[in-house]
Unconditional design. Structure first.
Length: 257
């Protein structure tokens, strides 16, 4: 059951999510395992997910473009399309590095737009942003776009498209992984759970794998931060209290524009 589910949804799906998704199937099959015993089973059969580390710089903030203030520090969204986070990650192919730009809704964790290319030009991020705008479900709501201070997001070609669609720009003010934690966490999930960490034969195959990964991520993969619901479901039915990735426990504000 574990292997079949991971083949469908992702090889790095962790124990809590597996237990939530499989407990009814186990019960109907006469398998009586509580959560702790289920983890013992995973451990005994070498099915626990190993911890991995990954470092690769895709941000260049040394440029002449205007850098926007951080409008979302110590704040959390309370609905879909109140806060989008954007980031770039690398995808290895046999022909060299490709780069994947993502725009994600911070509340629902739904990937709204994405684009893969063999460069990190501003056009890469613009294409991902245009897809996200096209996929908006609540176009009349106020929306903040948050990113790092990379030249792609500061470029006026990018910011003018966002602002002409009523989107307010926000950026990290220093390197703090928790300032852009949602975007970086999703990058990591896509790479490690859906085979995008490996060296892929070419860009065409990488594109196919990314399209499949985004569909599974949005529609099939349960999220602990969404109380084991799926991003597309939460995006359409927003009734959850937002769970922050920040380590500190101080009270955080709701986002106001």
């Amino acid at each position: 059951m574990v292997k079949d589910y991971r083949d469908k949804v992702g090889q790095r799906i962790g124990g809590l999510k597996l237990y939530s998704e499989l407990k009814d199937q186990m019960r109907s099959s006469g398998i009586k395992l509580g959560r702790d015993k289920f983890f013992d089973f995973l451990r005994a059969n070498n099915l626990l997910v190993p911890r991995l580390k990954n470092f690769h710089i895709t941000t260049n903030s040394k440029h002449q473009f205007h850098k926007y203030k951080n409008l979302v520090k110590d704040s959390v969204p309370t609905r879909p399309e109140q806060l989008w986070v954007s980031d770039i990650t690398y995808i290895k192919t046999e022909n060299g590095h490709n780069y994947l730009a993502l725009v994600t809704d911070a509340y629902s964790k739904r990937i709204m737009g994405f684009k893969l290319a063999n460069h990190m030009k501003t056009s890469l991020c613009i294409d991902a942003l245009k897809m996200a705008i096209k996929n908006r479900k609540y176009p009349n709501e106020q929306l903040i776009h948050h990113s790092d201070r990379g030249f792609q997001y500061c470029n006026t070609k990018y910011t003018s498209i966002a602002e002409s669609n009523g989107i307010t720009m926000s950026m990290t003010e220093q390197y703090d992984p928790y300032e852009n934690a949602v975007a970086e966490r999703i990058n990591r999930t896509l790479k490690y759970e859906y085979g995008l960490k490996q060296t892929i034969k070419n860009t065409e195959l990488a594109n196919k794998m990314i399209n499949q990964a985004v569909y599974i991520y949005n529609n099939l993969r349960p999220h602990l931060s969404l109380k084991l619901r799926k991003p597309d479901e939460v995006h359409s039915n927003p009734d959850l209290e937002y769970k922050s990735y920040k380590k500190n426990k101080k009270v955080i504000k709701q986002i106001k524009i």
